[in-house]
Design a protein around this ligand. Structure first.
Ligand SMILES: Nc1ncnc2c1ncn2[C@@H]1O[C@H](COP(=O)(O)OP(=O)(O)O)[C@@H](O)[C@H]1O
Ligand SMILES: [Mg+2]
Length: 240
């Protein structure tokens, strides 16, 4: 695990797919590993901030930035508000964020995680969202990695063929599947992530995360998503 600052943006055009669940679990994982972790909440619904306010004092601390309160001054104050010694910065953005706000944030991130729930409607919306992210969000101008995480997967039906097909055409990695599990709900109620719960209660859930953290912390190399390549493919209309 490298200890330099790594900025992880969690986003999807859809609400309810697990952005806050992913953000808070990623933040509490890195905090539990002793890294200086900052959680930035851009969502006016303030779910990550609410989660943070419930977090017990005896757990590894996480810095919170409620960025939604100062939407218009993002760029100017960005550096000032993030604790300088932050090693992992996790950003939870609302479903509807677009335009300049989005482009401003995208310029500053290393990794984008996109949670998606396994319904045909959500998969379709997420596919459109990824296309827009690449074309309108202009991620092609920056060395950013994008990975998709399937969330709320039911053990009896882990079928993802349409999504997997779409992602493989774009060469976007499908990182891991998180089970639909009450452990996430129980943990969130108490300002925790599943890494703050007893191992024995959620071994199954924890194992899904190994692939995610291996990928997030992997040193950027040739196997990382090549944004230029993806945008060329989109521009060439080879995805239809
Ligand atoms: N893997 C999961 N298993 C069970 N419940 C989940 C899971 N992921 C999210 N949820 C629940 O689904 C709801 C929406 O998740 P949330 O993370 O708030 O989505 P978003 O931030 O994208 O709107 C919440 O009530 C959350 O507790
Ligand atoms: Mg949310």
């Amino acid at each position: 695990m490298n200890h330099l600052q790594h900025t992880i943006l969690v986003m999807n055009g859809k609400g309810g797919c697990g952005k806050t669940t992913l953000s808070t679990n990623v933040a509490s994982y890195y905090a539990s590993k002793g890294l200086n972790t900052t959680l930035m909440d851009y969502d006016p619904q303030a779910s990550s901030s609410m989660w943070h306010s419930l977090r017990p004092n005896n757990l590894p601390p996480i810095n919170l930035i409620t960025a939604y309160e100062r939407f218009s001054t993002v760029t100017r104050s960005w550096k000032l508000r993030i604790p300088l010694d932050t090693q992992r910065l996790i950003i939870d953005v609302p479903a509807g964020m677009s335009g300049f706000e989005l482009q401003d944030i995208i310029k500053k991130v290393d990794t984008i995680l996109i949670p998606v729930t396994p319904s045909p409607i959500d998969i379709h919306a997420t596919s459109d969202f990824i296309k827009e992210l690449i074309l309108v969000g202009k991620v092609r101008s920056y060395p950013i990695r994008i990975g998709v995480v399937a969330n709320r997967v039911k053990k009896e039906s882990p079928v993802y063929l349409p999504l997997i097909k779409f992602l493989s055409r774009l060469e976007i990695p499908f990182i891991t599947m998180l089970w639909d599990s009450m452990n996430y709900v129980k943990a969130a109620e108490n300002g925790m992530g599943i890494f703050d719960l007893e191992d024995t209660d959620c071994k199954d859930d924890m194992s899904s995360w190994k692939e995610l953290f291996d990928w997030v912390d992997e040193i950027k190399d040739k196997s990382s998503t090549n944004i230029h390549y993806i945008s060329n493919r989109l521009n060439n209309n080879r995805l239809v």
